[in-house]
Ligand binder design. Structure first.
Ligand SMILES: [Mn+2]
Length: 507
């Protein structure tokens, strides 16, 4: 499989031996790819409230101006599992404005839609619905922020799908086995298979792969060649043995993986060292944490597919608020600034003030000139300290910059220096050690809840609700900001219990 990922001016720039041989607009599929838009993030903040919507609108505008065939999103369209009415309304407005219209769609949908959308509530693709006028179909899986929850197990994407604004796929209700039936589409001579896998807990997914319980239903060989694209939403970076999806585990027949969930932009496709496939991680379109990775330039991309070749055009997002991150080690300045010779607090604050000023000027370089870009910058200075006397009141300090940065209250973050002890190089890691490590690693809120009740005295154990239910409630409140979780899940539990009781009465 050949690929190129340099910027392109037009599809005619796609290289390869077959270039020029029928590679006209009718044969090239153009796909807008983006992920982790986190609509509604910080929406109540008077300064930053609209940031997530601005970036999403920019992506939609690029989709229209580049005349793409469809938009493919990698999950976390919304920040909250139950987005506010404000977020839902703004999102619907944008989708209506940019993806409805009378443009002709030249995609043939070839697979069985009742299978592709089997666990979702949209039973067919929106652009074939005679009651809708779709100009750019949007396809999306869900992420860990907008996954199905509550009574009816609905995702916010189900609501958008019911309105005909999104084609929601890759949802699974049976998590004991995953049969992934790709969406099959054709445009001219190009045939595309999209394998969608919405977010599943990493450890569960890895186990399913290891137990051969993930089956990719590839198209019949007689149907010719397919470009095999997978879209998923999992941890890619190694965050502990049970906490990420190793790329190696993915089947080698794939050509391209659109990787959602990781917010750092690594949109340039990276070829796997062993397999042929390329992994493309566009990253989020709005920062949801003030970390170094989120300060990297944000992008969306246009993926052009022609037969078995692809090319990716990276599009830097120009409406994203300037954000500069820096980490300094306070201890390394102690001598020069005379921290230990009295008046420490003021001396440290003088250093930090100097640094913040530099970051504010650096942020000016990130002003793009786009009329919609908010220019008041996000600045984060991480101050690593060894001596607690080097700390000061960061919130009060931030107020000095109240009119010059978008985040005065968390401009400065103190972090205690953790001295790591060098590990011995001759420690042998065997299979058993790894298993023990896995067994001993607490990786999530669920693990903590599970462990607590396992060790609890008999009198403290749960009697009506199982730990599974409590886990689900805790996870949703802590990780997904779903404040209705307790109410909706408990109602569902009691409703199911009531149904069982009534059915017993009638028996
Ligand atoms: Mn995300």
């Amino acid at each position: 499989m050949a690929s190129e990922s340099e910027g392109i001016a037009s599809v005619s720039a796609v290289g390869g031996s077959e270039a020029g041989d029928g590679m006209t607009e009718e044969n090239v599929m153009k796909i807008m790819i983006a992920t982790d838009n986190h609509l509604g993030y910080f929406e109540k903040d008077p300064v930053r409230g609209n940031d997530s919507f601005l970036a999403f609108e920019e992506i939609l505008k690029h989709a229209v101006s580049n005349d793409v065939d469809f938009i493919l999103l990698g999950g976390d369209l919304f920040h909250d599992a139950t987005p506010s009415q404000n977020s839902l309304k703004k999102c619907m407005d944008l989708l209506r404005k940019y993806t409805l219209g009378s443009k002709t769609i030249s995609l043939e949908f070839l697979s069985d839609q009742t299978i592709n959308f089997v666990d979702c509530f949209n039973s067919s693709v929106n652009y074939e619905d005679p009651n809708l006028n779709v100009s750019i179909p949007v396809f999306s899986i869900h992420g860990n922020h907008d996954d199905p929850s509550g009574y009816g197990l609905l995702s916010s994407l189900d609501l958008l799908a019911t309105c005909g604004l999104v084609n929601y796929f890759g949802k699974r209700t049976d998590l004991t086995k995953l049969d992934i039936y790709p969406i099959l589409m054709r445009k001219g001579v190009t045939q595309l298979a999209i394998y969608g896998l919405s977010y599943i807990h990493d450890s569960r997914l890895v186990r399913l792969f290891m137990d051969d319980k993930v089956v990719m239903k590839t198209p019949d060989e007689t149907t010719g060649n397919w470009f095999n694209l997978m879209v998923l939403h999992q941890n890619r970076a190694n965050r502990g043995l049970k906490n990420y999806l190793p790329e190696d585990i993915l089947p080698p027949f794939l050509d391209f993986i659109l990787w959602g969930h990781e917010h750092d932009c690594r949109i340039e496709p990276e070829q796997h060292f062993k397999h042929q496939f390329h992994v493309c991680q566009p990253g989020s379109s709005t920062p949801t944490s003030l970390s170094e990775g989120e300060s990297i330039q944000k992008h969306c991309g246009i993926l052009c597919v022609y037969k078995d070749k692809f090319k990716l055009e990276k599009i830097p997002l120009k409406t994203v608020r300037p954000f500069v991150f820096k980490s300094i080690d306070l201890h390394s300045y102690a001598e020069d600034y005379g921290f230990d010779e009295g008046d420490t607090e003021n001396k440290v604050m003088a250093l930090v003030r100097e640094q913040v000023e530099k970051l504010i000027s650096e942020a000016e370089e990130k002003v793009t000139g786009h009329p919609d870009q908010p220019t008041l910058p996000l600045i984060r200075l991480r101050c690593v300290y060894e001596n607690e006397e080097h700390m000061f009141n960061a919130i009060r300090f931030g107020q000095e910059f109240a009119t010059r940065v978008a985040n005065p209250s968390d401009l400065i973050k103190f972090k205690k220096l953790v001295k790591r002890v060098d590990s011995k190089s001759d420690i042998k890691v065997d299979g058993k050690a790894i298993k023990d490590m896995m067994a001993n690693t607490r990786t999530s809120v669920e693990d903590v809840v599970e462990e607590y009740f396992e060790k609890a005295d008999e009198s403290d154990k749960l009697k009506i609700m199982s730990t599974k239910v409590l886990n689900e409630v805790t996870n949703r409140i802590v990780n997904r900001n779903d404040t209705t979780a307790a109410d909706s899940i408990l109602k569902w539990v009691f409703f199911s219990f009531f149904q069982i009781c009534t059915s017993l009465i009638y028996i």
